[in-house]
Ligand binder design. Structure first.
Ligand SMILES: [Zn+2]
Length: 323
């Protein structure tokens, strides 16, 4: 009876707090479970948006915006790296042990100590997660480029995303953090199923996290005013939101750019990679290449390094503390 009441309240609160709904189990969306659970890649669902520019942002009233400062109450199992141990049983008090009288032992002959030079040990990072780093689009993806500058230059999103991933990888290598470069090839289109399939199929002894890196766009053509950084997570995913908070915090503090907060998109048409990855996932939108000033900055090596560094700071915080 008590268990039933507890269950009722658990359900009630998870509903109210917007928690309790992690990603749908594979196969529960519009396709038979058996197909999805086989080893095949999921079927193409081209109607799914792949990133923020495809949502007519700022006009789509359905986008949910939350502050990265709002805490997320995680539940056991949300962070796959945290091992849940069953509550310790209370042991009955053991009877006092009667200590035997001490028997004298002959003195120990000490051997001469041979001095060895001290071993200098560099502190090794103990990898906690497997970071699946995704660069969003390929060279063959339509659009995903800025209007042309006066000198004919253009910002190309596939190139930016790859450069940021490359800069992140350089640092993760040095720090001993495990990663998987999901799409190292360049001459590809969106390759959405491929991205997700590769990450989902990757065998790893560490829990996997999917990080998709993008730059943002507004409008269909020409320069537009919106600017800033936002981080997306799968709607109602506590783990996704907990991760997104950490990325957004570091991205804003490193760049000082406009904080467009954490976003999620309720409903069936959530971003393909957030929806279909079978692991906690986030997608960062690092500034607008349709904003002329921001597009200029996004072409600068020093700015790109800041954006990469912010991602690395977030990764290292999560590697250290979980999420
Ligand atoms: Zn994108």
């Amino acid at each position: 009876m008590f268990e039933k009441i507890a269950e009722f309240f658990r359900n009630l609160f998870s509903g109210i707090l917007g928690g309790g709904s992690e990603k749908p189990k594979p196969g529960t969306f519009g396709k038979p479970t058996s197909t999805f659970e086989s080893d095949e890649l999921p079927e193409a669902e081209p109607s799914f948006p792949q990133d923020a520019p495809e949502l007519d942002q700022d006009t789509a009233s359905t986008i949910v915006v939350v502050s990265e400062e709002e805490p997320v109450v995680l539940e056991p199992g949300d962070d796959p790296a945290v091992v849940i141990t069953p509550e310790e049983e209370t042991k009955p008090t053991e009877p006092e042990v009667v200590v035997d009288p001490v028997i004298e032992t002959p003195p120990v002959v000490e051997e001469p100590v041979i001095e060895t030079p001290p071993v200098v040990e560099t502190p090794k990072h103990k990898a906690r997660y497997m970071w699946c780093l995704d660069n969003g689009h390929g060279k063959l993806t339509a659009g995903k480029r800025s209007p042309k500058f006066e000198d004919g230059k253009q910002f190309l999103e596939y190139e930016f995303n790859r450069d940021i991933v490359k800069r992140i990888i350089e640092q993760l290598e040095k720090k001993g953090v495990k990663y998987f470069n999901v799409v190292p090839e360049v001459n590809t289109d969106n390759f959405l199923e491929g991205r997700v399939g590769r990450a989902n199929k990757l065998k790893s002894s560490l829990p996997k996290i999917f990080l998709s890196i993008h730059a943002n766009a507004f409008g269909r053509s020409g320069w537009e005013p919106p600017s800033g950084i936002e981080t997306w997570f799968y709607h109602n995913s506590r783990s996704g939101r907990a991760l997104a908070r950490i990325f957004q915090k570091h991205l804003i503090s490193k760049t000082g750019w406009k904080n467009r907060k954490l976003k999620s998109y309720p409903g069936k048409k959530q971003f393909y990679v957030l929806r279909n990855t079978k692991m906690p996932a986030v997608l960062t939108e690092n500034g607008f290449y349709t904003n002329k000033e921001e597009a200029r900055l996004l072409l600068k090596s020093s700015v790109r390094q800041k954006i990469a560094d912010a991602h690395v700071l977030a990764i290292m915080e999560i590697e250290k503390n979980g999420f």
